[in-house]
Design a protein around this ligand. Structure first.
Ligand code: ZN
Length: 337
């Protein structure tokens, strides 16, 4: 991780970076800003820079020293990332089967107590202990009140990083104990540049960046969704019976979903017709090449025509599930020749 990798948040980077370089890091920061604007990346870079062993402060984090290596592996011992069970399950850090009942969406008071206890001990190998709360508003009121006591008498050489897209949900007393670092929406150009690096065509990247509302997460989730949709559709088209196709139509059958699905299949079919040459999603390129080779052009042309019909029907309020069924079942027939 390097400060330079955090794009579109120059002011926030400058603030945290210069605090560390001057040796004047605050004991608590509230990193506030919309979802998907880089708050957590900023927190991780801060934590690493605060503990990097490079002699020259301006060159931290160096990415090469032992402490930086711990960060790269995600096991630096003096940094705690506290998040609710639901978040750990969503990130694959905790198996769903290890949780009894529904995963908790709260950071609870016993977790804050345990964190405070650990922070009262000496650092194992770092200069500065880091405790990040992701997201801070997941703390219930009791947890916040307990944290408040720690913030009032912070342990030495410790920085709390409260990450929040909804800082107003925090107690005012918590907010007033933190130095606020405000992140704004990411500029479109920075999002487009990121999408280009992901292998997306320039015109498509510009268009999606414009729709991402300043959020990397939104732009990338859209891409993840498209990949998921295409993979589901292709496996349904290749299946031996129609069940998978009907399932896909049901899963994506809500009208807006159905329209997005049909548009994704249309773009994909266009790519298949040119043999994967213009593939917007790098990860799907091998699949595109394989399908282009084993599928006759007339079948793909037929599929493209079907997409256009279905999109038109959906734009005129057609039933999402039925239109997707039509698209998938007819495309299956075309593929089978
Ligand atoms: Zn380093």
């Amino acid at each position: 991780m390097r400060w330079e990798e955090i794009q579109g948040q120059e002011r926030a980077v400058r603030l945290l970076r210069s605090a560390l370089e001057r040796g004047q890091a605050h004991h608590a920061y509230l990193l506030a800003g919309p979802e998907g604007t880089g708050k957590e990346l900023l927190a991780r870079t801060f934590a690493q820079a605060a503990n990097c062993e490079e002699a020259e402060p301006a060159a931290r984090p160096c990415g090469a020293c032992p402490n930086c290596t711990f960060f790269a592996r995600g096991n630096f011992p003096d940094a705690a990332w506290l998040m609710p069970q639901s978040e750990r399950v969503a990130r694959g850090l905790l198996s769903r089967s290890e949780v009894e009942g529904a995963p908790s969406k709260e950071i609870r008071v016993d977790e804050i107590r345990e964190l405070s206890r650990r922070l009262s001990l000496a650092a194992l190998r770092g200069r500065r202990k880091i405790a990040a709360l992701v997201p801070a508003e997941a703390m219930n009121e009791r947890a916040q009140n307990t944290l408040l006591k720690t913030l009032e008498e912070p342990p030495p050489a410790t920085t709390f990083l409260l990450i929040s897209a909804n800082p107003d949900a925090l107690l005012p007393t918590i907010r007033s104990r933190c130095a606020r670092v405000q992140l704004g929406p990411v500029p479109e150009a920075a999002i487009a540049a990121r999408l280009l690096r992901e292998g997306i065509r320039p015109d498509e990247a510009r268009e999606r960046a414009a729709q991402a509302q300043g959020s990397f997460a939104r732009a990338l989730a859209e891409q993840g969704n498209r990949r998921e949709v295409i993979e589901a559709v292709e496996s349904a088209l290749a299946a031996s019976d129609e069940r998978a196709a009907l399932e896909v139509a049901e899963v994506y059958g809500e009208r807006d979903d159905a329209l997005r699905t049909a548009l994704a299949v249309q773009a994909w079919t266009r790519d298949l017709l040119v043999g994967g040459e213009l593939m917007e999603l790098r990860e799907l390129r091998p699949l595109a090449e394989e399908i282009s080779q084993r599928t006759a052009a007339p079948a793909l042309l037929g599929q493209a025509a079907l997409c256009a019909e279905v999109i038109e029907a959906l734009e005129q309020n057609g039933n999402g599930r039925l239109q997707l069924e039509r698209l998938l079942l007819a495309s299956r027939e075309l593929r089978r020749g």
